[in-house]
Design a protein around this ligand. Structure first.
Ligand code: PRX
Length: 653
């Protein structure tokens, strides 16, 4: 089904909040109305959701646009806000994290426990020379030590750069070098699909080549896998952190002190180090968390299923829930290990009230069948969330009926690594929900849909999603590359942030996302760059040229499909019966990581190009999605496309 048809179908049915939900909701229409004056709205939020060491006097400074500074003369400590202040307020016994390991081991940390662990880690890292202004690379599985590490860095004023555990040694090294990380924190391994996996060898391989900036590697023992240990560099977590002092006073840093760098894919090959700073990020993260999820910190149990390696795991696992004093669940493994009811077993075990997951997961659960969740008691759930890509109405309706028993509102939240926190979402006590639409800007956020010229479009017309005013958790730049920041986000339209997404408003003014308008793909809610995968492919001796596109996929949203033209060496390999597709898939896995492996690699005699030499990806997308190939008039050689389409049909027979 096309996005347009989804849109039409989804708009037919709306789901107003129940009377009971509205009566008990923490945030109502008044809150929405107060967003009409963004600066006052965010200044109020800043005073209510975080504790400042020194109060700010100026809310926003945009004099050096597009570089924004929020609450700039205020000072605060992020870890103090996430931890100590809750203990000081008498909530030290409240559970902060219920950790569930994939093999079934579990640990719960109260706010007092977590505060103690973070103080120890901060002391240990400080002992290793980490101080304000430094960068720490984190390559950890979904275990509490990941959050402890992030908060320990924040406590010291050092920025963390978390790299998703699925990235390759080269991708990890590239990120370590770009950020000039002083310390790496990793683990021996983790558990994935019932197997003990190893993580540390990736770090070792990455640091094998000389001239890196890393002084030490701290290694958490998670699964006892036998991993090499380099005495010059490596230290065990249990020998350094566990032995460190439990006394540590958090120093306040300026609001604009860097909090973290998180690399994400852009339209060019090189990943961008998205920089976030402290004050504004915490304010919008915590404010959106509390309002979108109608947080009741004393009774709610929140579970965000995102990995810590992505922005969702940063904002809605490591920071916002803790800053808000919430109780949350953290799960290490996959939804089908040891059985396909694992998520629902966890919901039942911890009495999860609020579940935040991705459409790709929901579509997978749909495929597995509703009898699986039916075996568990899901009556604790009261609110559901979706993030990462548009949720098709069919998946929305299933999530609502099967998981939410028709009772739980669903908040479909649109945002990006760059926006730092949610920007577009219904509020569960305010909006009548529309399956498939992220609906309304969060209060205090000014979004618009514009045409090619940057003119605001009326309802019903598709265009580009832009943000018209700076927002507190916006990226502060691309690490080490201010020009790229300006060019990527602020040059397409004058004085507007260009998100890279297509969108349109319906007759009620609700916003529907229509997918990326650039060469960024969204596979299972993960962002991948076509160009980056193309570069990896042409780096292989078999490949002369490559074109990569995102083709619609029922489960993962989009799937990576690569078209390659071979070099002589590649042709030879085919003749010798080598499985070139498998070789190239593995190569991409090695270069970037398993998440970037193409679903299909199709060998083509030539790639379709315009007379000026530009590859026509649109036509390749038609082929990959099984459609009639569109207009080939502008191609230098239209027969190329006929050949590719015929080959593709043969393959599918
Ligand atoms: O295309 C949009 C899509 O994911 C992109 C951002 O990806 P990333 O930086 O990895 O962050 C993902 C998690 C916040 C966006 O440009 N996207 C994210 N959420 C939605 C979405 N598309 C439609 N609806 C959403 N709710």
């Amino acid at each position: 089904m096309s996005a347009e048809q989804d849109t039409a179908q989804g708009a037919e049915q709306t789901f107003p909040p129940s009377k009971e939900f509205v009566e008990n909701a923490r945030y109502g229409q008044e809150f929405v109305d107060s967003g009409r004056d963004p600066e006052t709205f965010w200044a109020d939020a800043a005073r209510s959701v975080v504790t400042w060491d020194k109060e700010f006097t100026q809310t926003l400074d945009f004099s050096d646009a597009p570089f924004a500074r929020w609450f700039a003369d205020g000072t605060l400590n992020a870890a103090y806000n996430a931890l100590d202040r809750h203990v000081e307020a008498g909530n030290g016994d409240r559970v902060a994290i219920h950790f569930e390991g994939e093999p079934g081991d579990s640990r719960s940390y109260t706010y007092a426990d977590l505060t103690r662990e973070v103080k120890k880690a901060a002391n240990a890292f400080a002992e290793l020379g980490v101080e304000k202004g430094d960068r720490v690379a984190v390559y950890l599985p979904m275990i509490p030590e990941a959050v402890i590490t992030m908060l320990a860095c924040a406590r010291l004023g050092a920025a963390h750069s978390v790299v998703f555990g699925g990235f390759s040694p080269d991708a990890f090294r590239q990120r370590v070098d770009d950020a000039e990380a002083k310390l790496v924190v990793t683990a021996d391994g983790s558990y994935r699909r019932g197997q003990a996996t190893r993580l540390k060898p990736t770090v070792d391989k990455a640091l094998e080549k000389p001239r890196h900036t890393v002084k030490n590697v701290v290694v958490v023992k998670r699964n006892g896998e036998d991993v090499p240990f380099n005495p010059d560099l490596d230290l065990w977590w249990h020998e350094t952190v566990d032995k460190a002092s439990e006394e540590h006073t958090a120093e306040a840093f300026e609001a604009e002190n860097p909090l973290f760098i998180l690399y994400t894919s852009g339209t060019t090959g090189k990943p961008k180090g998205i920089l976030h700073t402290t004050g504004g990020y915490l304010v919008q993260g915590a404010q959106t968390f509390q309002a979108t999820f109608d947080l009741k910190p004393e009774t709610d149990v929140f579970w965000c299923t995102a990995d810590i390696g992505w922005v969702t795991g940063h904002t809605y696992v490591a920071y916002a829930p803790l800053v808000s004093g919430a109780t949350q669940v953290m799960y290490e493994g996959t939804p089908d290990t040891p059985h396909k009811g694992r998520f629902w077993e966890i919901v039942q075990k911890y009495k999860v009230t609020t579940l935040y997951t991705a459409p790709t997961a929901i579509r997978t659960f749909m495929k597995w069948g509703e009898e699986i969740p039916a075996e568990y008691d899901l009556s604790s759930l009261r609110l559901l969330g979706s993030v990462g890509e548009s949720i098709n109405p069919e998946a929305w309706l299933w999530y609502h009926r099967v998981i939410g028993a028709g009772r739980c509102p669903i908040v479909d939240t649109w945002w990006q690594t760059e926006t730092g926190s949610q920007m577009l979402t219904p509020l569960p006590g305010v909006n009548a929900l529309k399956p498939g639409s992220a609906q309304q800007p969060f209060p205090g956020i000014e979004l618009d849909v514009v045409d090619e010229m940057g003119e605001s479009l009326p309802n019903g017309q598709s265009g580009f999603l832009v943000v018209r005013k700076p927002w507190p958790s916006m990226l502060r730049g691309i690490w080490g590359d201010p020009e790229r920041y300006k060019n990527t986000y602020w040059s397409r339209f004058e004085n507007m942030y260009f998100a890279g997404d297509g969108a349109k408003r319906d007759d009620d003014g609700d916003i529907w996302l229509l997918g990326r308008v650039d060469d960024v793909m969204n596979v299972s809610g993960h962002r991948l760059s076509s160009t980056e995968i193309e570069s990896a492919l042409v780096g292989h001796p078999y490949v002369a040229e490559a074109a990569v596109i995102g083709a619609k996929d029922e489960t993962t949203g989009e799937a990576v499909v690569a078209f390659v033209m071979l070099q002589d060496e590649g042709e030879e390999a085919v003749k010798n019966g080598e499985d070139v597709q498998a070789v190239l898939r593995a190569h991409v896995g090695q270069e970037i990581g398993p998440i970037a492996k193409p679903r299909n690699v199709l060998v083509a005699p030539e790639l379709p190009k315009t007379r000026s030499g530009k590859i026509m990806r649109r036509l390749l997308k038609d082929v990959a999605e099984g459609r009639e190939v569109g207009d080939t008039m502008t191609l230098a050689d239209p027969s190329v496309m006929q050949q590719i389409a015929a080959d593709m049909r043969d393959k599918q027979k």
